[in-house]
Design a protein around this ligand. Structure first.
Ligand SMILES: Cc1cc2nc3c(=O)[nH]c(=O)nc-3n(C[C@H](O)[C@H](O)[C@H](O)COP(=O)(O)O)c2cc1C
Length: 231
């Protein structure tokens, strides 16, 4: 059997800017969108992120959610159990799957200005990956939901970045070439740190068209960068 050594050249004959051909095989850029959502806002943003990533040629986009930690009875009391049924079909993420990705976009609601415990718990199971350098050089990006306009989207994103940096990931946000970031005629979530939505104190506000547009932009932007880096 012929063994492939590190010295063997990788065929570089991309069909377009994002295509990859390795040893004659066409390799798609692998994008994972991994989220936690209690009431569905982050899930809707995750779908827009995934749709944006799919706009880039030769991408394989996977959507998964981290495991719930809150007991069913507590979820029932707050209406979260019913809300979560809308995205119960989304597969549950396993830490090891992150090693397969070229880029990972993490979505979380804010909890006291930080990521949700469910996401923290998931990330705290990536010690084995960290030890192997399993995520080094992959693109990492964050998107968010808060109840209120100044409830901590930026602190949630930037504190999330600490973990991504420990993993050696390359952080990508949303550049101001996304014109929607300059919106002044309505209240919106999101910024250069990542797309975001404002759920409202009662959770009734749904992601607006502008917020979903920024999420779509972020998904596409991350996929384009990942494709260039991993060509
Ligand atoms: C324990 C707890 C802490 C929260 N902390 C904040 C906060 O610091 N700032 C804020 O604006 N919203 C806060 N929220 C509201 C959530 O961020 C909001 O429910 C979430 O963004 C909705 O997203 P989801 O529908 O995807 O769960 C908090 C909610 C809970 C349950």
């Amino acid at each position: 059997m012929q063994r492939l050594s590190a010295e063997q050249p990788v065929a570089r004959a991309p069909l377009d800017a994002t295509a990859r051909v390795v040893y004659g095989r066409h390799m798609a850029t692998k994008i994972q969108v991994v989220f936690y959502s209690m009431y569905g806002h982050v899930h809707r943003m995750a779908e827009a992120i995934a749709a944006g990533a799919r706009e880039v040629a030769d991408t394989e986009v996977g959507l998964s959610q981290v495991p719930e930690l809150v007991p069913d009875a507590a979820l029932e009391k707050t209406g979260a159990k019913a809300a979560r049924e809308a995205f119960a079909h989304v597969p549950v993420a396993k830490p090891a799957q992150l090693a397969e990705a070229d880029a990972i976009l993490f979505g979380t609601p804010t909890r006291f200005g930080n990521m949700a415990a469910q996401m923290r718990n998931f990330l705290d199971q990536t010690g084995g990956l960290w030890a192997k350098g399993g995520l080094v050089g992959k693109v990492g990006s964050v998107f968010l939901s808060t109840a209120t306009q100044h409830g901590g989207q930026e602190t949630t994103a930037t504190s999330f970045y600490n973990t991504l940096l420990h993993h050696g990931m390359i952080i990508v946000g949303v550049p101001y070439s996304c014109q929607a970031l300059n919106t002044m005629d309505e209240i919106i979530g999101g910024g250069p740190y990542g797309a975001g939505t404002l759920a409202g104190g009662d959770g009734k506000r749904q992601p607006s068209a502008i917020e979903l547009g920024i999420a779509r932009f972020q998904g596409r932007h991350v996929a384009e960068i990942a494709a260039k880096l991993h060509r």
